[in-house]
Design a protein around this ligand. Sequence first.
Ligand code: MF3
Ligand code: CO
Ligand code: CO
Length: 265
Amino acid sequence: MLYGKNKLQLNDTDRERMRAACRFNAQLMDFIRPEVQAGVTTEHLDRLIHQYTLDHGHIPAPLGYQGYPKSCCTSVNEVICHGIPDKYTLREGDIVNVDCTTIVNGWHGDSSETFIIGEATPVARQVTQCSFDCLYLAIAALEPNCRISVIGEAIVQAAKERGFSVVHEYVGHGLGRQFHQDPSIPHYPHAAARRERLAPGVCFTIEPMINEGVRLTVLDQSDNWTVRTKDGKLSAQFEHTILMTETGPEILTQTEHGPRPGHKF
Ligand code: MF3
Ligand code: CO
Ligand code: CO
């Protein structure tokens, strides 16, 4: 379907469909937030997310996506992203990112938060805080028809100032009827992102992965999904789905219960 000259620009009807999908995904995050605690397995969180989604008549997008086996991603400590829920029991001092994506009437909503389990080390808090602040600094840099590169510029600057690094290999993405589509949203300065602009009606995620140590990643060869830091140090991530409108960015996956800009971890 073509809308104007850019096929990624949604009309008003489809914007409402995206809002509804993202509203549900945000409600799902509200549901899971209090369950993320010491003593629960990541598999338990996955079952809760799966059941809540089905109970509301929707579809967990990760399940079966390119062969992915679960309904969400749970990325603990040195896991950067795409951690597969399993028998691991969360414990005091862990940080865990829970990434949920839902298909609501054919449209995708995608968001994630990093949770600190009990008392964590100062650096665990700092890297979590940094990824959260990077997400909102990037959103603050958005304007109608801005270059995509304003996102990566804001994120790399903030991460550098705090002595942390930004993952390159995994990026934000357009979404709508598809889970992952154009445009690609790198969280670091990239030549193609300097040429491309975010027109009103374009929907995309920002999901910076911030590492305590080196930015380099290692893909787990046994499951082909789990991505870890090369140096085994911590990584944290937050994600929102955003709609660019004629007046500026609209955060579609935020609710009044989730952490807001200025939140201190
Ligand atoms: N939710 C992730 C993202 O933000 C993608 C997970 S793909 C999966 O893009 F297959 F692992 F679920
Ligand atoms: Co995403
Ligand atoms: Co996601």
